[in-house]
Design a protein around this ligand. Structure first.
Ligand SMILES: Cc1cc2nc3c(=O)[nH]c(=O)nc-3n(C[C@H](O)[C@H](O)[C@H](O)COP(=O)(O)O)c2cc1C
Length: 200
């Protein structure tokens, strides 16, 4: 099958791309509004894009043309956010936090999510997350109704056991991130792993 995303299949772009480009990691982003209210929302249009300097990106679509989601709105105001990663234990509550609430109503308060203060920025991280990345906005690209938030990663927090303290390698038995799969509601676990050595 072939699809023309600039023509007759334009309206299927989300279904096709979000369904096919999988698995995707999930950024569970915490931000703060002007009153200090903490907002949390998941975004699977997300990845790391470089390490010198360390950068990541995620893409909140606009609610409607020109009207940003609360996460993008808060980042535009403060330039700060935390990307919390999602594992099997936090999957259900992450999903609950994706409900569209009016601006100023906190998913964190509503779902009684415990937070831990960040070190370098104001928005706190989610205590339940196995890994959290304190970020500063580098730039937000506005492309149609997409916003691509590019952040510099300032600090990484990992739950005890996730990394081997000497080698800094991930301990797969202590870290089970989930991935976003088929539209509308597919996810995957990441327990079935295998190794491949790169050719010289
Ligand atoms: C697993 C998952 C991934 C999501 N990924 C995205 C995404 O990449 N971009 C987006 O705009 N919305 C995404 N959403 C929907 C947002 O989380 C939802 O619109 C949320 O209410 C936005 O919250 P905010 O207005 O507080 O920023 C996703 C939802 C779930 C459950």
């Amino acid at each position: 099958m072939e699809f023309d995303l600039n023509g007759e299949h334009k309206r299927y772009a989300y279904k096709l791309l979000a369904g096919l480009i999988t698995p995707r990691p999930i950024a569970w982003v915490t931000t703060q509004d002007e009153n200090g209210v903490v907002n949390a929302a998941p975004f699977s249009f997300f990845n790391v894009f470089g390490t010198r300097p360390p950068i990541l990106g995620f893409a909140p679509g606009d609610k409607e043309p020109g009207i940003p989601k609360d996460t993008a709105r808060n980042i535009r105001r403060t330039g700060e956010f935390v990307v919390n990663l999602v594992d099997e234990a936090s999957a259900e509550v992450m999903n609950q936090s994706s409900q569209e609430l009016d601006h100023g109503i906190s998913e964190v308060a509503l779902l009684k999510l415990e937070t831990t203060p960040s070190v370098a920025i104001s928005p706190p991280r989610l205590t339940i997350a196995p890994v959290a990345l304190e970020c500063r906005e580098w730039s937000t690209l506005e492309i149609g109704q997409n916003r691509l938030v590019i952040g510099l990663i300032d600090r990484i927090h990992t739950r005890a056991g996730v990394l081997d303290p000497d080698s800094l390698l991930v301990n797969p038995d202590a870290f089970s991130p989930i991935g976003r799969m088929e539209v509308p509601s597919g996810y995957c676990r990441t327990r079935d792993r295998f190794q491949m050595t790169r050719p010289d």
